[in-house]
Design a protein around this ligand. Structure first.
Ligand SMILES: Nc1ncnc2c1ncn2[C@@H]1O[C@H](COP(=O)(O)OP(=O)(O)OP(=O)(O)O)[C@@H](O)[C@H]1O
Length: 543
């Protein structure tokens, strides 16, 4: 082959003529062979090329043909529309006839009229146990066909590895036998409406995974805004401000101001900061995206990526914003860390390497998402850097204090909601008069434990426990009665000394005994005071 393509090479050693002569017969033959071979190789190549051309043309024509009659849509797992379609699909009776099914107890699907495993839907009231219902889901890699509005459609769940980490990712493929996408539009709108109707009563909570992609981690029932008891006007101020902001996109655009708003809620632990944020999310129909600054491995670039992954119009929640810059800081480092750090012990490894400038850049850098509302909470307002708190980053600052008498009264009233006020859970129950609320502070179960009917030699003791059984219900009180008790209760609660969370915890201990709660409140306040003093003495003594 070499001699055929490069004949000159043969004479380079100085004995070219002899070499040519001696090799002439054999060389000619091999050259001819090579020539023939190359011709046949060329033919093969040409043939293969022609075949490939034909294949490409066939594929092209096929896709044109398919495209002419079929509309194909893909729904990516990471997009919200995927959830609409999956919920819609899960309700289609066609799945019942499918021969290949996934079974799911995912509350995301079940509880939304998904196609239940027969018998499940008859299972009484919705409780934590009942909400774990079995439902059918279309299995992956299976194509199922459905008739929708007299159009033939096929649905395929495709699982494939994607991304740098080759994570399994799912796509839903829908093919509609139609010339125009009208039917597909109708289907998507129907799925979206059904989904939103089902979601209308809950707030979706998202958290980021290790790739900084947000995934839904929970769905909480909406909390009524007035169930979070703040000083008069505070809830309204927060809701109205956020609502006005959301409707002011054009105003911001006209002035070239970034369309973002930040709220800093600071103050006493357990005063309702997180509760009011989730309540506002419910009122404004926004999803909550948790941005956890104390997350292990979080650095400036990851935070920036996280913030840029936030969708437009959402609530970003950064809890305990002060904790991001001090490694392993607890609520009160002097108290909690003091016990953990033994003398000579090696320093704890850092959990995150976030810098203040990284946070500031993430909050208002170019990648920061437009239309988002940021809520940051802290118990250490004065420890925050002024740059973090300035308008543009944190536009509204609201202080949350320990409970006032006003709040204590309101909390008591809403805790023992009187007859006629909206607490359906109580109204639905078959109450047995007010006898139960007369039971002692250490409640006894209503029914005795089932004892094996045998000639047991062991004496069976009745179990004793603290707290109230969930099967017990309080007395039905009239609004006037509850109001009077609430006033008496608030008189025993000192102004700004205990948190609302602590008050709620105290009332939980008297869930069905409002009169006893009022009587016990004074004693409880004193014991709380003593406990605080003791703790303070221990801290100061330990220094
Ligand atoms: N103002 C309030 N009105 C009604 N309930 C409240 C209020 N404050 C706190 N609670 C109750 O106390 C519990 C804790 O409240 P929440 O988590 O909102 O407090 P927080 O201020 O965010 O606390 P932390 O600073 O420790 O995160 C919740 O169960 C909530 O219902």
């Amino acid at each position: 082959m070499a001699s055929f393509f490069h004949p000159k090479l043969s004479g380079r050693d100085g004995s070219g003529i002899e070499f040519k002569n001696s090799a002439s017969a054999g060389g000619l033959a091999s050259s001819l062979l090579s020539l023939l071979y190359s011709f046949s190789a060329l033919r093969v190549i040409a043939f293969a090329g022609a075949l490939e051309g034909l294949r490409q043309t066939a594929l092209f024509l096929y896709s044109k043909f398919i495209g002419f009659f079929w509309i194909t849509a893909y729904f990516d797992e990471n997009d919200e529309s995927f959830d609409w379609m999956m919920i819609w699909l899960a309700k289609q009776p066609a799945w019942a006839q499918a021969r290949d099914l996934d079974i799911s107890t995912d509350t995301f699907v079940s509880g939304r009229d998904a196609l239940m495993v027969p018998g499940e839907e008859e299972d009484g009231k919705l409780s934590l146990i009942d909400s774990c219902l079995l439902s059918y889901r279309p299995t992956s890699s299976l194509t199922v066909s459905i008739w929708y509005h007299r159009r033939y459609m096929t649905f395929t769940r495709i699982l494939a590895r994607t991304g740098r980490r080759c994570r399994m990712q799912e796509t839903l493929k829908i093919c509609v036998l139609a010339r125009h996408n009208r039917v597909l539009n109708e289907l998507m709108l129907e799925a979206k409406k059904e989904y939103q109707a089902a979601e209308g009563s809950s707030v979706r909570i998202y958290a980021a995974d290790s790739d900084c992609d947000f995934l839904q981690v929970a769905s909480r029932p909406k909390r009524k805004i007035d169930s979070v008891i703040l000083e008069p006007g505070v809830s309204r101020l927060l809701v109205d401000d956020a609502r006005d902001f959301l409707s002011s996109k054009a105003w911001y655009a006209a002035r070239g101001i970034p369309f973002r708003r930040g709220y800093l809620l600071y103050g006493a632990p357990g005063s309702g900061k997180t509760s009011i944020i989730t309540s506002i999310a419910g009122v404004l129909n926004l999803d909550v995206y948790i941005v956890s600054l104390s997350r292990t491995g979080l650095d400036d670039s990851k935070l920036s990526q996280l913030i840029s992954n936030l969708p437009e119009q959402c609530i970003a929640l950064m809890e305990d914003i002060d904790a991001a810059f001090v490694q392993n800081l607890n609520r009160d480092a002097s108290q909690d860390d003091a016990g953990d750090d033994k003398p000579g012990a090696p320093p704890k490894p850092p959990t995150s390497s976030l810098s203040l400038s990284g946070l500031l850049n993430a909050l208002d850098g170019v990648a920061a998402q437009e239309g988002r509302i940021l809520y940051a909470t802290t118990n250490k307002y004065h420890a925050l850097d002024a740059a973090l708190c300035r308008p543009g980053r944190m536009d509204v600052h609201v202080e949350f204090k320990l409970a006032s008498k006003f709040q204590a009264e309101k909390l008591f009233y809403s805790f023992y909601l009187p007859v006629g006020d909206t607490d359906t859970s109580e109204e639905d129950d078959d109450l047995q008069g007010s006898s139960q609320f007369e039971t002692s502070a250490h409640s006894i179960p209503e029914t005795k434990p089932s004892v094996p009917q045998s000639d047991s030699v062991f004496a069976i003791e009745e179990p004793t426990f603290f707290g109230t059984s969930h099967r017990q219900r309080g007395p039905k009180l009239r609004p006037k009665q509850v109001s009077e008790l609430a006033v008496r209760f608030s008189e025993t609660i000192p102004e700004r000394e205990v948190s609302m969370a602590a008050l709620q915890g105290f009332l939980m201990g008297y869930k069905i005994r409002p009169y006893e709660a009022v009587d016990a409140a004074k004693r409880w306040v004193e014991s709380e005071r003593e406990a605080r003093l003791k703790m303070a003495r221990e801290v100061h003594g330990g220094r």
